[in-house]
Write a protein that binds this ligand. Structure first.
Ligand SMILES: *Cc1c(COP(=O)(O)O)cnc(C)c1O
Length: 470
């Protein structure tokens, strides 16, 4: 007959060719990991050099396996996630989890509902409930999101729909409370929800940089008296700059008196509840909470967890199902749909890496690693305190240490410390970031890395003192 012969589809690879490619990618990945310790933390790459290497015309014809040659440059012109990277709140890309990401992409399930991925739906439910239980939030459910910013937005969307519904008729006014130390993602969420940032009541943090429950109560009472509608309070656990933890149990008390939703922004700090639950008393009584697994659970980006007490509240906020997508099953397992409880529809299976890594290492190893980071931060605080030319600028309840050098002209310490930061990072042995604490320019080291050793932490003070010499 006149049928043309079946051709190989243009993008399809024979699996043995794929095996060769996979072996090469594995080699490059291992090379990256093996050189981490000796690599400069901050690559010496300049802007023009990065353009020269990676900006190229779109390839009309494929280059085949040669396309992979550039992976080595990608590694060498990337920031090295060694145990001495202390900037921001950066996780460390646990490699078993990275393998999980690879496998998740190959299996390529859409994490919308059970019917689109029976295995991965149960895996996501399972890993979420493991975390909820480990945090003492028994019975909470939730979903995995791209990051803390989205999880915080979703938490506040649930709060708004619970306390001042807007989904049908638009947003009535309402007030959200937080301390002045709250993360910028909360301000963004309040803006996106149409509440207006004027209605984010930032209550000046107390001397320990925590939200003062009495000041919260006063602000809520004043807003009610003025005819406004208090909606929600965001408790930070811990704050992005110093890791201070708002008094969650007392905040919950105020919230219960005044019918507020309690959302905990624990994007950075809540993993510490796996080892020091007493710091987070009241966590099991909140309405929703955010935990970034790509920070202090060491996962490769991206992986954040939103937990909530009442799945009906999530459905009130996020369910709007077309016939086209409606689940036709009333079975409690086979009828599960994530998109009724999250903003996202198509989602990659972020749960698989976390699940695989937790199964491989076990919660005990995770606890040990987090406890180690906490101990290392306290050690760094002691080293700073023991050095006469250094001044610690905040308590260290978690793993962020803020300090500065005070050996120079008292009138220009901010500029001197900014220059020290630049020199420290250029020296390339440790990487610090900066923050403002009590109006002062602070050097900031945050330890959320499974690779960090005690001697890595000692290097912080050594490098800062070396950098003061110019
Ligand atoms: C990192 C962080 C966020 C934002 O999370 P992303 O995953 O970066 O979107 C929010 N709050 C706190 C306290 C954080 O540390």
């Amino acid at each position: 007959m006149g049928q043309p012969p079946l051709q190989q589809p243009p993008l399809e690879l024979p699996t043995d060719e794929l095996a060769t490619l996979a072996a090469r990618v594995t080699d490059e990945a291992l090379r990256h990991l093996r050189r981490l310790e000796s690599a400069p933390i901050r690559p010496a790459t300049t802007g023009p050099q990065s353009l020269e290497l990676f900006e190229e015309p779109a390839p009309e014809a494929g280059m085949g396996a040669a396309a992979l040659d550039i992976l080595r440059d990608v590694s060498e012109h990337s920031r090295a996630g060694t145990g001495r990277f202390f900037g921001y709140v950066m996780g460390s890309g646990e490699p078993v989890a990275a393998l999980g990401d690879f496998f998740a992409s190959v299996v390529n399930q859409n994490a919308t509902a059970w019917r689109s991925g029976p295995a991965t739906t149960i895996i996501e439910r399972t890993v979420v409930s493991w975390l909820a239980q480990a945090l003492g939030c028994v019975g909470f459910s939730g979903t995995i999101t791209s990051g803390g910013s989205l999880a915080n937005l979703m938490g506040l969307a649930m709060a708004r729909e619970a306390k001042a519904p807007a989904n049908e008729h638009g947003a009535p006014a309402g007030v959200v409370y937080a301390s002045s130390e709250v993360h910028m993602s909360i301000g963004k969420a309040v803006a996106l929800l149409g509440l207006g940032r004027d209605n984010l009541r930032l209550i000046p943090a107390d001397a320990d940089l925590r939200l003062d429950p009495a000041a919260l109560r006063d602000a809520v009472v004043a807003d009610r008296a003025a005819g406004r509608t208090p909606l929600a309070v965001v408790a930070s656990a811990g704050t992005i700059v110093t890791g201070s933890i708002d008094p969650i149990a007392q905040i919950v008390e105020v919230a219960r008196e005044h019918d507020l939703w309690v959302h905990v922004d624990g994007a950075y700090g809540v993993p510490a509840a796996l080892v020091e639950p007493e710091l987070f008393r009241g966590l099991h009584r909140v309405d929703s909470l955010t935990l970034d697994a790509h920070k202090w659970l060491y996962q490769p980006l991206d992986c954040s967890v939103l937990l909530f007490r009442d799945p009906a509240a999530a459905r009130r906020a996020f369910s709007l199902t077309d016939d086209y997508a409606a689940s036709l099953s009333s079975d409690p397992i086979e009828g599960q749909v994530f998109f009724e409880e999250t903003l996202e529809l198509s989602r990659r299976v972020r749960a698989l890496k976390l699940w695989l890594s937790l199964r491989y290492h076990g919660f005990a190893a995770y606890r040990e690693s987090i406890a180690g980071n906490l101990r290392q931060a306290r050690r760094l605080a002691e080293l700073v305190d023991a050095e006469p030319s250094l001044e610690r600028l905040a308590e260290v309840p978690l793993s962020a240490v803020c300090f500065r050098w005070t050996g120079g002209d008292p009138d220009s310490l901010d500029a001197a410390n900014a220059a020290i930061l630049d020199r420290v990072n250029r020296r390339g042995r440790v990487y610090l970031s900066n923050a403002t604490v009590g109006g002062k320019f602070a050097l900031r080291a945050c330890i959320t890395n499974h690779r960090t050793t005690d001697s890595d932490v000692e290097a912080v003070v050594e490098e800062v003192l070396a950098a003061t010499a110019g």
